[in-house]
Design a protein around this ligand. Structure first.
Ligand code: GLU
Length: 643
């Protein structure tokens, strides 16, 4: 579905209670005390509905004029105010970032089920202040042991037809969910609040009910025909006449409350026993003509979240840490920044900087897009689950080597767009990963009062995942992040092909930024960033990091700034939902669009659906911003004097 969506109403519905009056763009109502959410920036501008069918989740407009939130010792940003507040209260009561993540995820799975939940997976970067260590947690879904390389494209080796109704909505797309196991591992290592207590806010909301937000309502309306094919999903998201439930409808989810209760008692309950049996039955459910998936109880019982080695590289005097494979996010962000470091990016800062981040310059967008093309070319060819397909040289070092990136940067002209980039020549050859559409996801950023931090990107892949609902939650369609084609035209195997027990390549790029140790000073956490957005995540994260580190934007301005960038194609994205972009006459009246076209870029003005958040250190504490394109909010110990 296309068109402007109203996200103002529900946000104000919540924030009015808090702040007592509606904010205008000029006079935002400040939050009053810990965990309040400022009624700020809720004025929505038009969206011209220039969304491509293959874009990530439905674009839902743009809240113009949001201001950054200042906190003193702790802060959290999620994609929904109810989740932000619940997670903040955990921090307020002395919980760690790990504790806050668990509560945030439990609430998000209820109020933003189209984006993430118990039936999905995620990637987390965690900073433990006491030991000054960065850990990467891989809670990615896994292909069942019975999956063959043709699992997504053929019903069987003898029935070579596509799974029904298509790979995504069939049982074949469902990977063994990883988020519960990962959060349990993180909590076991870094939690302070008893695990059980962390589920209470979500259980209460599921039992008492919550109001469907405008964004959720829009997503249900988009997906209604697909949701109708699943009995549980239809009963929950649709009215008895089959119409989509609308914004402000009060939803209760007793099945979800029951599932959370079981997990709260023991996280293993998700992977064994009744819940596991229900999941296996749902994956295999042929009703509505759906092709069953082949997940077993053994697949679930055998799931492990994996510790990974974070990818940390320098940029502008900071250290940027990102997620390694099976996500391509960290490597591609690091490669892009490594190339951009060779250019004086500060000279290409936006002009007319206002609360929405100003007007990006032609050369700024050009250079970043070109570096991204080169980074995506390598990512597309070489990055997959490294437990199956090693990177060139066996580690990220070759793709991120200083000399290599200098050579890549030298391919960038300031006068002409390159169109499509070639990957670096590393043997042995692998076929490029066939592009697959990716959609739907959520990002959580947290810093706690003990100095720990978490950057979690969590997903069911497409909006509502595979549309299979069980025990109050949706099952992912993450396996469609694999290449359905196992080999290229020349027969060379695709690195990201399906294999049993393998994790599909991701783009998720949860990021932590540090100020490195200097003479006599310790390394210090500087900030937390991340976003949903499928394959575009890399572009969203890069523009935010450059916005903050090169262009001195505060986190809200950097997040609000026009979303721009490119994957490895001649098209350059310039988010048409942003109020500074003139989309009339296909951008013919917009100076940025015209300038880019003069350099040879094909400009795509489709609305961008980032869900960024960023929290960075500021005098007196922390300052954070949430994406004006979704319903997210930042809060923490706001109000009162900064210490
Ligand atoms: N499944 C995607 C990935 O892992 C994320 C989808 C999204 O962000 O919308 O990269």
């Amino acid at each position: 579905m296309r068109g402007t969506r109203l996200l103002t109403a529900s946000l104000l519905g919540l924030t009015l209670i808090v702040a007592g009056c509606a904010a205008t763009q000029d006079t935002p109502a400040a939050a009053q005390g810990p965990c309040d959410i400022a009624a700020d920036g809720a004025s929505e501008t038009r969206s011209d509905a220039r969304q491509d069918e293959s874009d990530p989740e439905t674009a839902t407009g743009y809240r113009s004029g949001m201001t950054a939130v200042q906190t003193r010792t702790y802060a959290v940003a999620t994609a929904n105010p109810l989740a932000t507040r619940a997670a903040c209260e955990v921090l307020r009561d002395g919980g760690t970032a790990a504790d806050a993540l668990v509560t945030a995820q439990a609430v998000l799975g209820l109020v933003e089920p189209q984006s993430s939940g118990l039936g999905g997976g995620g990637f987390l970067l965690y900073y433990d202040a006491a030991t000054d260590s960065v850990q990467a947690f891989d809670g990615r879904e896994v292909a069942p042991a019975a999956a063959t390389e043709n699992y997504l494209r053929w019903v069987s080796d003898t029935d070579r037809t596509e799974p029904l109704p298509d790979a995504r909505a069939s049982g074949r797309s469902i990977g063994v969910p990883g988020i519960v196991r990962m959060l349990a591992d993180v909590h076991a290592e870094h939690g302070r609040t008893p695990w059980r207590e962390l589920f209470s806010p979500a259980v209460r909301l599921a039992d008492d009910g919550f109001d469907v937000s405008p964004r959720l309502a829009a997503a249900i309306a988009d997906a209604a025909p697909r949701l109708a094919a699943d009995e549980d999903a239809a009963a929950y998201f649709l009215n008895p006449d089959g119409s989509a439930k609308t914004a402000q409808t009060r939803l209760t989810n007793p099945a979800y409350a029951k599932t959370l209760g079981a997990i709260a008692t023991d996280p293993a309950a998700f992977y064994t026993g009744d819940i596991a049996r229900d999941i296996v039955a749902a994956v295999a459910d042929p009703s509505g003509g759906r092709t069953p998936g082949l997940m077993t109880l053994e697949d679930l019982a055998g799931y492990t979240a994996k510790p990974r080695q974070a990818v940390c590289t320098p940029y502008r005097g900071k250290e940027i840490c990102g997620m390694p494979p099976p996500s391509s996010g960290g490597i591609a962000v690091a490669a892009t920044l490594g190339m951009l470091e060779r250019f004086p990016m500060a000279q290409y800062a936006p002009t007319d900087v206002d609360r929405d981040g100003g007007r990006p310059t032609v050369l700024g967008v050009h250079l970043i897009s070109e570096a991204e093309r080169l980074a995506y070319a390598d990512r597309d060819r070489y990055v997959a689950d490294t437990d199956f397909v090693p990177l060139p040289g066996g580690s990220p070092d070759l793709l991120l080597g200083s000399d290599y990136l200098a050579g890549r940067a030298a391919l960038i002209s300031t006068e002409k767009a390159m169109g499509t980039a070639e990957p670096g020549a590393f043997g042995p050859p692998a076929a490029p990963v066939a592009p697959v559409p990716e959609h739907g996801t959520s990002h959580v950023s947290v810093v706690d009062a003990q100095g720990n931090a978490a950057s979690l990107t969590t997903t069911v892949e497409s909006a509502f995942g595979s549309f299979h609902m069980v025990d109050g939650f949706l099952l992912n369609n993450q396996l469609t992040d694999f290449s359905a084609e196992p080999a290229g035209p020349d027969g060379v195997p695709v690195a990201n092909r399906v294999e049993p027990g393998k994790r599909p390549r991701s783009t998720m790029a949860p990021t932590l930024i540090f100020t490195p140790a200097g003479p006599g000073t310790r390394r210090e956490l500087y900030g937390v960033v991340g976003s949903p957005g499928g394959a575009t995540i890399i572009q969203f994260v890069v523009k935010t990091v450059v916005g903050m580190l090169d262009w001195d934007l505060d986190p809200q301005q950097a997040v609000s700034m026009v979303d721009f960038g490119a994957d490895n194609s001649p098209e350059t994205n310039v988010g048409g939902e942003h109020p500074v972009i003139d989309t009339s006459d296909d951008g013919g009246n917009d100076p940025l669009v015209r300038g880019l076209r003069e350099l040879g870029h094909k400009v795509d003005l489709a609305d961008q659906s980032s869900g960024l958040s960023a929290i960075v250190r500021a005098p007196g504490g922390w300052i954070g911003g949430a994406d004006p394109r979704r319903e997210g909010a930042v809060t923490g110990d706001v109000g009162g004097p900064a210490s």
